[in-house]
Design a protein around this ligand. Structure first.
Ligand code: NFC
Length: 554
């Protein structure tokens, strides 16, 4: 029997232009998977011939979710090209802003973009609030939002939506699907945290704005340093940052961590989330400056899931190719020489499985030709997974004591083996573990900044651009979805070439000229789907990467 083709489009809750197509065999096991983005804007072409001092502002417009990331990357790529060393206060302030971004981004991702893949809202309405309130203590010392009356109020609030048939943010889901594993009480606890997280994320957005001036799209970075010296010298602004940081720590410790423990226990026998699938190569870059020289997370590469070795990154081995992407210039190119010339070839007609499970004739991708606006980044010709899981694994395998303590504690409490990290469940846990590492250690960055400001108030290093010289430079760092790099060439005082190699590009890119598939596609192959008209398993796997396609395509 011929394979059947299932299409999920759009697959994300907010970042809409990602489409997944899979081919399943007669047992509904995925044999082939294709990841494609259907929108392109061309920021890398817009920045050409502009003043490099504007690169940060222009590149910032790639994305309003990881909003600070491309801004900082654009600025630090120019600093690297011009040989500028920003002062310690600027570096620490950027680190604090980055920590605030990670806290906001990961909490919003788990609760609002991914949580409902794990939590069945309709089941939560059947829960006994008194029982749920007691159960919450199994996972947290000081549970948040789980008093009996609070849980009853959550049920009443959501019931109104359901009874009116207007599910709002809870519509279009596959409630009752057989791969939901939490009990009604556990679903209710997590649902309460979903609503709490809506409030928390508002404060975390403010935390970014304290030093950023605004959020999204902060405005306080400049080539050479930061411009928020008035805020850094204002004790009330610093106090505000600290207050929100402590609130975030409480939420991570007593809600986010607890919910992942709960999910770990409930889902540990669900094959779609605990099977080891994917490229098994992980890459991350050091991030989160804690003091004058130490970073919270490490740089390195893990190959074939082997945690006994961590390889250094050789930047010369990073390439992007476009054999199956809608651009000219198929060959792998190093980003200093990367090209972005669109070449859209469209979709073809195929038989596919419709939303009701019946066969229909519809537009589908042409997998033998070009099929996505996302390019295919490779390291030494190999696909790599980037992201919080990669960062945690690389740090863990590098002997980073802070990360080892957090990971080992989590594995002991959840009863999960180390192998469980290499799965969809592990990827979702990895993001939480990264957040846990930040709330446990970020205070060091804050205190170092306070101490340094007492003796040094420098926030900016001056520089000159020589129009007769050619420059090249790059930024490499980790942002909420993983390793990001920006590569710039400057000639005649303007940007000659610019390429961004983005986390969601590494993870979501199509296969390459050698047929090697990337993390999204390889994490789907081999997975069985219970019901083709309700492909929740596909959604859960892809959401665990926290796709951002505005970033991936740019
Ligand atoms: Ni948009 Fe970004 C994407 C991140 O992958 N993190 O480079 C950045 O978005 O969220």
């Amino acid at each position: 029997m011929a394979n059947k083709r299932v299409i999920v489009d759009p697959i994300t809750r907010i970042e809409g232009h990602l489409r997944i197509e899979v081919e399943v065999d007669e047992n509904n096991v995925i044999q082939k998977a294709y990841s494609t983005s259907t929108l392109w804007r061309g920021l890398e072409t817009i920045v050409k011939n502009r003043d490099p001092r504007d690169a940060g502002f222009l590149m910032q417009r790639i994305c309003g979710v990881c909003t600070f990331s491309h801004y900082r990357a654009g600025i630090e790529a120019v600093e690297d090209a011009l040989g500028i060393k920003p002062p310690l206060n600027a570096k620490l302030t950027r680190s604090l802003m980055n920590q605030a971004l990670f806290l906001h981004d990961h909490i919003v991702h788990f609760y609002h973009l991914h949580g409902l893949d794990w939590v069945d809202v309709v089941s939560a309405l059947k829960a006994n609030p008194a029982k749920a309130s007691k159960e919450a203590f199994k996972y947290a010392q000081y549970p948040i939002g789980t008093g009996e009356n609070e849980l009853k109020a959550v049920q009443d609030k959501v019931k109104i939506f359901v009874e009116k048939g207007q599910l709002g943010p809870f519509a279009n889901a596959y409630w009752g699907h057989e791969t939901y594993k939490l009990t009604p009480e556990e679903n209710l606890i997590a649902l309460s945290h979903y609503l709490k997280a809506l409030e928390i994320q508002r404060d975390l957005a403010k935390m970014m704005a304290i030093f950023g001036g605004k959020q999204p799209h902060p405005q306080s970075l400049t080539v050479g340093g930061v411009t928020c010296i008035m805020d850094l010298l204002d004790p009330s602004r610093m106090g505000e940052y600290l207050t929100i940081f402590k609130m975030a720590k409480n939420f991570v410790d007593n809600a986010y961590y607890a919910d992942i423990l709960m999910a770990g226990k409930a889902f540990k026998s669900e094959p779609s989330v605990v099977q080891k699938r994917g490229v098994m190569n992980f890459m991350s870059h050091e991030e989160m400056l804690l003091n004058r020289s130490e970073y919270l997370f490490d740089t390195g590469i893990i190959m074939n899931g082997d945690l006994s070795k961590v390889y250094p990154i050789n930047e010369d081995l990073i390439t992007e190719e476009a054999t199956h992407s809608w651009y000219k210039d198929n060959q792998p190119l190093h980003p200093y020489d990367g090209k972005t010339n669109p070449n859209y070839t469209g979709f073809v007609d195929k038989d596919t499985v419709g939303m009701d499970g019946k066969m229909v004739h519809s537009k589908a991708i042409d997998e033998d030709g070009k099929y996505s606006w996302i390019k295919s980044p490779r390291y030494d010709g190999k696909p790599m997974e980037v992201g919080p899981l990669a960062s945690v694994l690389v740090s863990y395998a590098s002997g980073n004591k802070k990360i080892q303590k957090i990971v080992d504690e989590f594995l002991a409490k959840s009863g999960l083996p180390t192998e469980a990290l290499f799965t969809t469940l592990g990827r979702t846990a990895g993001r939480m573990l990264q957040t846990k590492a930040i709330v446990e250690n970020g205070i060091e960055t804050f205190n170092t900044l306070i101490e340094n400001l007492k003796v040094d108030q420098e926030t900016y290093t001056s520089y000159k651009i020589d129009k007769n010289k050619e420059y090249k430079g790059r930024f490499i760092g980790d942002v909420p979805r993983g390793m990001l790099s920006h590569w710039i060439r400057i000639k005649n005082g303007v940007v000659e070439n610019y390429q961004a190699v983005v986390p969601s590009t590494w993870n979501a890119g199509p296969k390459d000229a050698n047929g090697l598939i990337g993390p999204y596609e390889s994490n789907l192959v081999g997975m069985k789907i219970a019901d083709l008209s309700q492909p929740l398993e596909i959604i859960r796997v892809i959401h665990s990467f926290d796709p951002c396609i505005a970033c991936a395509v740019h």
